[in-house]
Write a protein that binds this ligand. Structure first.
Ligand SMILES: Cc1cc2nc3c(=O)[nH]c(=O)nc-3n(C[C@H](O)[C@H](O)[C@H](O)COP(=O)(O)OP(=O)(O)OC[C@H]3O[C@@H](n4cnc5c(N)ncnc54)[C@H](O)[C@@H]3O)c2cc1C
Length: 498
C-alpha cells in the first residue's frame, strides 16, 4: 500500500494555500514532495478555496503592485489612487488590532516577506488583480483604494487553489485526496513520517520532513466549545468542514508547544439561514459586511455595538463574536433607501434572509424574534442622535456620529427615514481559530522547551501567535503564503543538504 505514495522527502499535510506554497517551495530545493488532503477533489483546497482572495501586502505605490499584477494597464493606474501600504502601516495594523499581543518575530516575517512572497507566487503561476470591486470607492471619477488592501487573487479562492494545484502537478508534486493524516510517526531523532487513513485501512508513510498545513479547529464543534466557550459549538462554519484540528492535536501529542489565543477566533456576521458549513457556489457571500453604514439590533430591539467604529476591514472579524453573544445568537442589520443601493454585492444574492417594509412600524413586525416596540423606540432615539450637520461620506471615516447614545455610532450615522426600509438577518459565522502551535523563525515546530522538533514544520491557520481578538482583512492568505514558503524552504533545504 505504501508504494502508491513513493518515498517522498517531504510530506505536506493539507492542500490549501499554506500547503501549496510549502510544497512548491520545498520542491524548488530539489526535494521530492507529496501533499495529503482529507477532502475529496471536489472539496479540496481548504478555507483558501472559499475566500474572495484578498491579500494584504506591503506596497509603496503602483510600481510594486505591477510586480504582482503585470497586467495592470497604464489607464488603470491613471484612473486610480492606489496609495501605498507601508511596512509601518502593516505593523501598526497588526499591533493595534491584536492589542499589541501579536508575536513580534512572526509579525516581522509576515510583513517584511509579504511582497517578495506574492512576487514568488506570481512566478509560480498564481495570478493577481487589483481589488477595484471591493476595496475602492469612485471619487470624482477616480478609484480611491482604502484599508491597505489593493490586491486579490484572480478568480478569488477558486482561482488561487486551481492555479496552485496546477503548479504543484507541473512541478511533479502529487496530491492525494481523501487521505486524512491521523498521526505523526516518531523516531529516535524526531518525526519520520505520518499515518493516514484510507477507507478503513491505516497506512504509514515515511519521509524526512513533515509540514503540517492542515488549518485550525474551526470545523470541530467539540473543540470550539472546549476552547472558544459556550455557544461556539452552535456557530456556523464559513468554510471547509475538514479543518477539525487534527494537525494541531497530532503536533501537541508529539510535544509541540501550544501557542497564541486558544480562546479567540475570526468570526463575522453571516446569514442566519446559511448552511452549517461553507458552500463553494456561494463562497463568502453569506457574509454581510455593510453594517458600518446601517444599524444592527438584537432580539431586545436594541443596538449592541458601535457599527461605525472603523472601516469594515478592521471590525468585521471581531463582530461575529459580538453577534454570537446576543440573545439567541442573531441580529438584524437595518438600512434605509439612502443606503440600500450602496450595499455590497453580497446583499444581492438569492440566498439572503431579507425583509422590506415601507414604514419602521411595519418593518418592526417583520423582524422575526425581535421586540417590535423596543425596536421602534431604538430607531427613534437613534434618528434623534445623529449629527446631521456633519455630511455623510461613505468613502472615508466621516466622523458623522451620534450624540448622547449609551452605545454610540462613530461614523456613517445615517438617519433611518427614507422608505423602503430593509433588514438582513445574521448570526455568527466562524472563519478560523487563532490558537495553534509555536513555530520558530524557520517554520519549525517548537516543543515545550523551545527547541525545534526535528523534521516537523507548520504553516497557515494552525500556527498560533499572530492574531489575538481581531485581524486585519486579507492577512490569512498572506500568512499562509509567507509561512508556507518559509516552512517549505527550510524543510526543502534540510532534506536535500543531508
Ligand atoms: C469564507 C471565507 C472567506 C475568507 N476570505 C479571505 C480573504 O479574502 N483573504 C484572506 O486573507 N483570508 C480569507 N479567509 C481566511 C483564509 O481562508 C485562511 O486564513 C487561509 O486560507 C488559511 O490557509 P491554510 O492553508 O492555513 O488553511 P486551509 O486553506 O483551510 O487548508 C487546510 C487544509 O488542510 C486539510 N486538512 C485538514 N485536516 C487534515 C488532515 N488531518 N489530513 C489531511 N488534510 C487535512 C484541509 O482539507 C485543507 O485542504 C477566508 C476564510 C473563509 C472561510
Amino acid at each position: 500500500m505504501e508504494s502508491q505514495f513513493g518515498s517522498p522527502d517531504v510530506i505536506v499535510v493539507g492542500a490549501g494555500n499554506a500547503a501549496a506554497c510549502a510544497a512548491l517551495a520545498a520542491r524548488e530545493h530539489g526535494a521530492s514532495v507529496i501533499m495529503l488532503e482529507s477532502a475529496p477533489l471536489e472539496e479540496a483546497g481548504g478555507n483558501s478555496r472559499y475566500t474572495a482572495g484578498a491579500m494584504r501586502v506591503v506596497f509603496n505605490g503602483p510600481e510594486d503592485l505591477k510586480q504582482i499584477i503585470p497586467d495592470l494597464t497604464d489607464e488603470e493606474i491613471a484612473s486610480a489612487d492606489f496609495g501605498s501600504y507601508t511596512i509601518e502601516q502593516f505593523y501598526d495594523d497588526m499591533g493595534r488590532l491584536t492589542e499589541y499581543k501579536t508575536d513580534p518575530d512572526l509579525a516581522e516575517i509576515l510583513i517584511t516577506k509579504s511582497l517578495e512572497t506574492l512576487i514568488w507566487m506570481r512566478k509560480k503561476g498564481v495570478k493577481f488583480q487589483a481589488s477595484f470591486g471591493r476595496q475602492a470607492h469612485k471619487i470624482d471619477g477616480k478609484f480611491k483604494f482604502f484599508g491597505g488592501l489593493a490586491c486579490e487573487t484572480w478568480g478569488g479562492g477558486e482561482g488561487l487553489v486551481e492555479l496552485e494545484h496546477k503548479a504543484a502537478i507541473r512541478d511533479g508534486i502529487q496530491i492525494f485526496y481523501e487521505t486524512p493524516v491521523i498521526d505523526l510517526l516518531e523516531g529516535d531523532d524526531g518525526i519520520i513520517g505520518v499515518k493516514v487513513r484510507i477507507g478503513n485501512k491505516k497506512v504509514d508513510i515515511h519521509c524526512k520532513a513533515v509540514i503540517l498545513a492542515s488549518g485550525g479547529f474551526e470545523s470541530n464543534a467539540e473543540m470550539r466549545a472546549r476552547y472558544l466557550g459556550p455557544n461556539w459549538d452552535l456557530a456556523k462554519v464559513r468554510g471547509t468542514r475538514f479543518n477539525t484540528g487534527g494537525g494541531i492535536n497530532m503536533a501537541l501529542k508529539a510535544g509541540a508547544m501550544p501557542y497564541g489565543q486558544w480562546s479567540g477566533c475570526h468570526s463575522v456576521s453571516w446569514d442566519m439561514n446559511a448552511p452549517p458549513f461553507g458552500d463553494l457556489v456561494v463562497g463568502d457571500s453569506y457574509q454581510k459586511h455593510s453594517y458600518p453604514h446601517g444599524i444592527m439590533i438584537n432580539a431586545r430591539g436594541e443596538r449592541f455595538v458601535d457599527e461605525g467604529a472603523d472601516i469594515r476591514n478592521y471590525t468585521y472579524a471581531k463582530y461575529g463574536k459580538v453577534v454570537l453573544e446576543q440573545p439567541n445568537m442573531f441580529a438584524w442589520q437595518v438600512f434605509d433607501a439612502k443606503i440600500s443601493p450602496k450595499l455590497r454585492d453580497e446583499y444581492r444574492i438569492r440566498q439572503v434572509t431579507k425583509v422590506q417594509a415601507n414604514t419602521i412600524e411595519e418593518l418592526a413586525e417583520k423582524l422575526e424574534g425581535v421586540d417590535p416596540k423596543a425596536f421602534i423606540e431604538t430607531v427613534k432615539e437613534f434618528n434623534q442622535s445623529v449629527m446631521t450637520d456633519v455630511p455623510l461620506n461613505l468613502a472615508v471615516k466621516d466622523g458623522r456620529g451620534t450624540k448622547g447614545l449609551s452605545i454610540p455610532k462613530s461614523n456613517w450615522a445615517n438617519t433611518l427615514d427614507t422608505p423602503p426600509y430593509e433588514a438582513y438577518g445574521v448570526t455568527c459565522g466562524v472563519t478560523f481559530t487563532f490558537g495553534g502551535v509555536k513555530i520558530n523563525n524557520h517554520g519549525q515546530v517548537e516543543n515545550e522547551a523551545g527547541k525545534p522538533i526535528p523534521g516537523l514544520y507548520a504553516a497557515g491557520e494552525m500556527v498560533g501567535g499572530l492574531f489575538y481578538y481581531n485581524y486585519p482583512g486579507g492577512t490569512g492568505l498572506t500568512s499562509g503564503a509567507v509561512f508556507g514558503k518559509l516552512a517549505g524552504d527550510s524543510a526543502g533545504l534540510a532534506v536535500t543538504q543531508n
